[in-house]
Design a protein around this ligand. Structure first.
Ligand code: ZN
Length: 221
C-alpha cells in the first residue's frame, strides 16, 4: 500500500500511513521509538548552539548515528537572521557534514539567507552525501543553484499558501529532487501531497510513488 513520507517533522505523534523522519536534538536519544514507520534525524540547530557545549553535543551526535533508527543528520545549517556568530555556525555545520560524510548519511539543512554559503561550504568540504534543503521557499535562481549541486529541495506548508513564485519553482523542480515535510506546522502531510499532485498535474497515488522512490534513493531504505 502506498504511504506518505514526511521527511522533516518536530512532531512526536505517529500518523497512520505516514512514514516520518522526526527531528531530534543530539541529547534527546531517549525519545527514539522502535516504530517501523518512524525514523530520525539528529542534529544541532543553529538557533540552539549558543546554549550548549560543542564537544559534549558532538559526543551525543556520534553516539546517535550508531543507532539504526537515525537515518540523517540535521537539522543543522546556517542562519543569517540570528545573532549567533556566523563563524561558529559555520564550524558546527562543517562538523556535521564531516560526520555525515564518514557515516554515509544525508543531511537535513536549515538555511536562512544562506543558500550561497551552504553551496560554498559543501564544495569546500568535498562532502559526498545528499543534502536536503528543508523548508525550501527560495526563488528560481536559488533553486537552480542548489539543484546544480545535486541537492534535494523539501517543500513544506508554505506550498499551501497562495505564493505563485514558489508554486512555479515547485513545478519546475525535477521530481526526483523533491521531498515534502510538515516541519513545525499544523499542516497534514496528505494536504501537501494533494497540493503537490495538483501542481504537477498528476494523481496523488502517482505522486506518492515518486516520493517513495526518492526516499529509497536518498536514505537507502
Ligand atoms: Zn525543522
Amino acid at each position: 500500500m502506498p504511504v506518505y513520507f514526511d521527511i522533516h517533522t518536530h512532531s512526536h505523534k505517529a500518523r497512520q500511513n505516514v512514514v516520518q523522519v522526526r527531528n531530534l536534538f543530539p541529547n534527546q536519544l531517549d525519545l527514539i521509538e522502535q516504530n517501523p514507520d518512524v525514523w530520525y534525524s539528529v542534529g544541532w540547530h543553529p538557533w540552539h548552539i549558543d546554549a550548549n557545549d560543542s564537544d559534549e553535543m558532538f559526543a551525543f551526535l556520534e553516539k546517535a548515528i550508531q543507532n539504526k533508527k537515525v537515518i540523517a543528520l540535521g537539522e543543522t545549517g546556517l542562519d543569517r537572521s540570528i545573532d549567533e556568530s556566523f563563524g561558529r555556525q559555520t564550524n558546527i555545520f562543517i562538523r556535521h557534514l564531516s560526520l555525515a560524510h564518514n557515516a554515509g548519511l544525508p543531511v537535513i539543512v536549515h538555511a536562512v539567507k544562506a543558500y550561497p554559503d551552504i553551496i560554498h561550504i559543501y564544495k569546500k568540504t568535498k562532502a559526498r552525501i545528499p543534502l536536503i534543503i528543508h523548508g525550501f521557499r527560495g526563488n528560481h535562481q536559488s533553486a537552480a543553484q542548489l539543484l546544480d549541486h545535486g541537492f534535494y529541495l523539501s517543500f513544506g506548508a508554505t506550498l499551501l499558501e497562495n505564493n505563485t513564485t514558489l508554486a512555479e519553482v515547485f513545478q519546475n523542480t525535477p521530481e526526483e529532487k523533491i521531498f515534502l515535510e510538515t516541519d513545525d506546522s499544523a499542516a497534514d502531510i496528505r494536504q501537501l501531497y494533494e497540493r503537490a499532485a495538483a501542481l504537477r498535474n498528476v494523481r496523488t497515488e502517482q505522486w506518492m510513488e515518486t516520493i517513495a522512490h526518492n526516499f529509497d534513493k536518498c536514505f537507502g531504505k
